[in-house]
Design a protein around this ligand. Sequence first.
Ligand code: SD4
Length: 341
Amino acid sequence: MINRRRFITASAFTSIAGLFSKRSWASEEYETVKGKPVVISTWDAGLNANKGAWEILGKGGRALDAVEAGVMVTESEQSCCVGLGANPDREGFVTLDACIMDEFANCGSVAFLERIKHPVSVARRVMEKTPHVMLVGSGAQQFAVAEGFPLEEQKLSADAEKAYKEWLIKSEYKPVINIESKKSTSFAPAKLQSGEYNHDTIGMVAMDTNGNLSGSCTTSGMAFKMRGRVGDSPIIGAGLFVDNEVGACTATGQGEDVIRMSGSHTVVELMRQGLSPEAACKKAVERIIKIKKEKAKDIQVAFLALNKKGETGSFAIHKGFSYAIKSNTVEKLIASKSWFQ
Ligand code: SD4
């Protein structure tokens, strides 16, 4: 239960390292950002992504433009696990999923998209230029090319190639996503074990100076997934949901378990009933735990939400999830609370 709000009035942008080392807030607190605009995004890659979004939000721009530009930063980071530099599927191909949603409930999505650098931008084109919400596979690629997106070379990044080769030695298919506390998964190559490669998604939600909300989500999905596998990230209501009257939410972690309880939509509906972002995320996590029972300890899912008042919050199954926040008064990484400690 939420009984205390912590208003962030930080005078200057405090050092991220310093703030991250102080994970001492009481369990009843949650982050509240005073004033708009504000942007939040998943994992540490969110710090850079938020800077990209801020180029637009900081100048009074629209949240929709900001959430597209923000996650494009991560899609471009070849060293990261989102976009074409990411880990491939079991057949050695990088396949990408993304979606975007605006304040009018317009939404667009692509899944199982190959050789396109910015799937989030293709998702936006689907939203703006077609009567549809979702395009997949070769159809999505064909649409992207027709829209002028260059078809990139089908080549793994050096890191992804190394990880894939290591994975091929055993070729074990035991999907485990994002459990930082469990660095040693049965298939995980060195970089996965170090946690460096364990995040293959960025989800971002933002409120602009007009108080309008938008969100985006983009991923390479689960490393070494079955060919054709699509997770929650491009699914409106699962990996992302925005309701401009209430709030917005994005999810990360084991997509299958987010899809089966319409995760992000559930969080927004809980906020509609009056729950704070953190309380809503926690309730959604509890629902997954109820569904998965004992198996919940083997999966990670985290929700990240923003409400119409500019309050933000998150909750994860396991510890290790963090999210990045940026507003006029704060820029930092926040360690999420979690069900298992
Ligand atoms: C998926 N939810 O494809 C994504 C994976 C993820 O950080 O979030 N990874 O299931």
